[in-house]
Ligand binder design. Structure first.
Ligand SMILES: C[S@@+](CC[C@H](N)C(=O)[O-])C[C@H]1O[C@@H](n2cnc3c(N)ncnc32)[C@H](O)[C@@H]1O
Length: 205
């Protein structure tokens, strides 16, 4: 099964609140995004947003230029249905982030919770960072959350790479300044816990 088939199958067979990464709200993500101090007209992209409610909360907070990208059309469809009429305010992009075509020098904030960590192949990580470099404005903000060093070795049955804030920052390189990080003990819907790290960097050049 290829990457897209894997994710389409997950969203076709599981309810959105019965997956390990589910949270009612992505509180830490929202807090970090708002904490950047961006204006309400700033362009935000949630990469691998899936069926998460971050987009609902961003619209509720009155952000007017929000994009959600995901490899799974089914995930996007579920989120659109949940949002109803409000979904028209969002740009929806169905794409694999390692192959996506995004506008240049456009986004003020790039958010990713639990997508980058699936890129076990260095070439895929290079393509991801290259895309961030191209599409994030100079001075733009990037928030990437992944499993931490004490987190699980797999997510959704797939191998992942675990990070600490320094090793995550290293993936992005000197063009980015590490400004903040935090650890989250995520409670899965099944009663177990998973260590996540959130890494916040700013693009310098
Ligand atoms: C573990 S889930 C996290 C979902 C959401 N960010 C959250 O925190 O609730 C990973 C999401 O990334 C998407 N995804 C996985 N690999 C991807 C890729 N290469 N490009 C774009 N989306 C991807 C999946 O479809 C899924 O929605």
């Amino acid at each position: 099964m290829n990457r897209k088939e894997h994710w389409e199958n997950i969203y076709a067979t599981k309810s959105v609140d019965q997956v390990s990464w589910y949270r009612e709200h992505l509180e830490n993500s929202l807090q970090m995004i708002v904490g950047t101090g961006i204006s309400k007209t700033a362009a935000i992209i949630d990469v691998g947003g899936g069926a998460s409610t971050l987009v609902d909360d961003l619209l509720e907070a009155d952000f007017g230029d929000v994009a959600v990208l995901d490899i799974s059309g089914k995930a996007i469809e579920k989120t659109k249905v949940r949002l109803g009429k409000k979904s028209e305010k969002v740009e929806w992009i169905i794409a694999d982030i390692t192959k996506a075509d995004l506008p240049e020098n456009y986004y003020d904030v790039w958010h990713d919770r639990a997508v980058f960590h699936f890129l076990t192949d260095a070439e895929d990580r290079r393509k991801y960072v290259e895309l961030v470099m191209r599409s994030l404005k100079v001075g733009g903000h990037i928030i990437v959350a992944s499993f931490g060093e004490n987190g699980p070795l797999k997510c959704s049955g797939l191998d992942i790479v675990r990070y600490n804030p320094e090793t995550m920052h290293k993936e992005f390189g000197k063009e980015f300044k590490l400004l903040n990080s935090l650890k989250e003990t995520h409670q899965t819907p099944f009663g177990s816990t998973q260590e996540f790290i959130y890494c916040y960097c700013r693009k310098l050049s």
